[in-house]
Design a protein around this ligand. Structure first.
Ligand code: UDX
Length: 441
């Protein structure tokens, strides 16, 4: 019976550990943060992800998963060790791999038999080889020569649908250098294998690049449609119909062609910058990825300028912001367009009543860092609309899709409605008395 260890219980590590334990494997997870470990052992999720609480309860109940701060226990008890620690951006945009390397050192320091070390974190091409060198170095410091394999097994989990994306993966990517390691990894993912999930078996470098290439391409689709949204506004074309017409071409596909205020999250911004940085290291000009990054920053500022352009001086103007998280079904505000939009508007004296169904706690942390006039963290979208000059809809939470618009309008002092997710339509909104603005239409 393969025993599996997960180092790092963030979005990737916790979802990976819980889904693998639900496949029947015996899992032990590590985190340095004692509070996180305590909460998880008590069945309290430390991140919001639909379905995660049930998965945690069920696998704790059947004792298929446990959480500990003792990394040596995880290393010694596990045959397969997933490294799922954070790889944040460096100031130069490259990935900070210090957490990954520290875990590699600990594995080399504690292992006493054959292990498979799996890079689950998103890491630049070449990291697998460095992890190998670090482990080998630690073993030789101990005067030991123990066999091990390093595998790259990138994740393709979207926040808000991570469990679904794990259990119904489009593909499983395995980058390895020995048939034994490949066989063990296929066994780990047997539940998906027998469900005919395609497996891509490649070398470590290829697997590492598949991850960055996939994320950068998805981000490029979004920046492409976001750039076109400005052209649509100027030519009278409708971006949603342009996207629909494009997406019907099987070679393009309809997904990730929804225009909006720009992409956010912990992945696209970080991974696009890291890929450009990898290109610079290997002297390959990745101009398209650079353009994607620039177009995304431009889209966020274009939303700010749209508001300033329509409303004139903003000093003392009050905005209701509906949605703060970087997308719906997550509490995560990392790189959310709401941060840029609110920060920029506050520089012109704007004030805010904000509401998000899940991200209010992360919002409190995020906004406390900036000198922003948040008048109120509101109870709901109607409370947020009380006495405001304008509504800004930033995140496409389902509950914002059928607002009682008459109630919203009567709560407001002004009549501006900026719909940055194109949830509503021009005509009906104008009929209700709103000065309605959206993206690319
Ligand atoms: C992404 C990748 O999809 C996933 O495969 C990878 O493992 C992690 O990064 P995630 O960042 O969780 O997942 O969210 P995603 O659904 O990809 O959305 C990213 C950003 O793009 C969000 O801000 C979203 O609002 C935006 N987006 C997405 C658009 O603006 N338009 C779209 O059509 C799709």
């Amino acid at each position: 019976m393969i025993k599996i260890g997960i180092i790092g219980t963030g979005y990737v590590g916790l979802v990976t550990g819980l889904c693998l334990s639900d496949f029947g494997w015996q899992i032990i997870c590590h985190d340095k943060n004692e509070d996180i470990i305590l909460r998880l052992n008590n069945g309290n999720p430390t991140i919001y992800e639909p379905g995660l609480e049930d998965l945690l309860f069920r696998n704790l109940y059947y004792k298929r998963i446990g959480f500990t701060t003792d990394i040596n226990e995880v290393i010694k008890k596990s045959d397969v060790i997933f490294i799922a620690v954070g790889t944040p951006s460096n100031v130069d945009g490259g990935a900070d791999l210090s957490n990954v390397y520290e875990v590699a050192r600990q594995i080399g320091h504690s292992m006493d038999e054959y292990k498979i070390v799996v890079d689950k974190s998103t890491v630049p091409v070449g990291t697998g080889q460095t992890v190998k060198k670090i482990i080998r170095g630690e073993l030789s410091n101990r005067g030991l020569c123990i066999d091990f394999d390093v595998v790259s097994n990138p994740e393709f989990l979207r926040q808000g649908s991570a469990i679904q994306d794990f259990t119904h993966a489009d593909r499983v990517v395995i980058g390895a250098e020995s048939q034994h390691a490949i066989d063990i990894m296929k066994e780990v993912y047997r539940v998906l294998y027998i469900n005919e999930t395609p497996f891509i078996i490649a070398n470590i470098e290829t697997a590492e690049l598949i991850k960055y290439a996939s994320n950068a391409f998805l981000a490029t689709k979004i920046s492409f449609i976001n750039e076109l949204s400005e052209l649509c506004e100027k030519t009278g074309a409708n971006i949603q119909q342009v996207a629909k017409g494009m997406g019907m071409d099987g070679r393009i596909g309809s997904k990730f062609l929804h225009t909006g205020p720009g992409y956010g999250g912990s992945c696209f911004p970080k991974d696009t910058k890291a890929l450009v940085n990898i290109g610079e290291i290997y002297e390959c000009e990745l101009g398209i990825v650079k353009a994607t990054i620039n177009a995304n920053e431009k889209q966020k500022m274009r939303m700010v300028n749209k508001i300033k352009g329509e409303m004139g001086p903003l000093d003392g103007k009050i905005f209701a912001v509906l949605g703060l998280s970087f997308k719906n079904n997550t509490d995560d505000m990392r790189e959310s367009p709401s941060l840029t939009i609110i920060k920029e508007l506050s520089l012109h004296g704007a004030q805010f009543r904000v509401y998000d169904p899940k991200a209010m706690n992360s919002a409190l942390e995020s906004f406390n860092k900036f000198d922003i006039e948040i008048i109120k963290f509101c109870e709901d979208e109607y409370d947020a609309s009380e006495g405001v000059d304008a509504i800004i809809l930033i995140t496409e939470w389902n509950q914002f899709r059928s607002l009682n618009l008459d109630k919203i309008k009567s709560n407001m002092k002004g009549d501006y409605f900026f719909d940055f997710r194109n949830i509503y339509d021009n005509e009906p909104m104008i009929k209700k008395g709103f000065k309605y603005f959206s993206v690319g239409r």
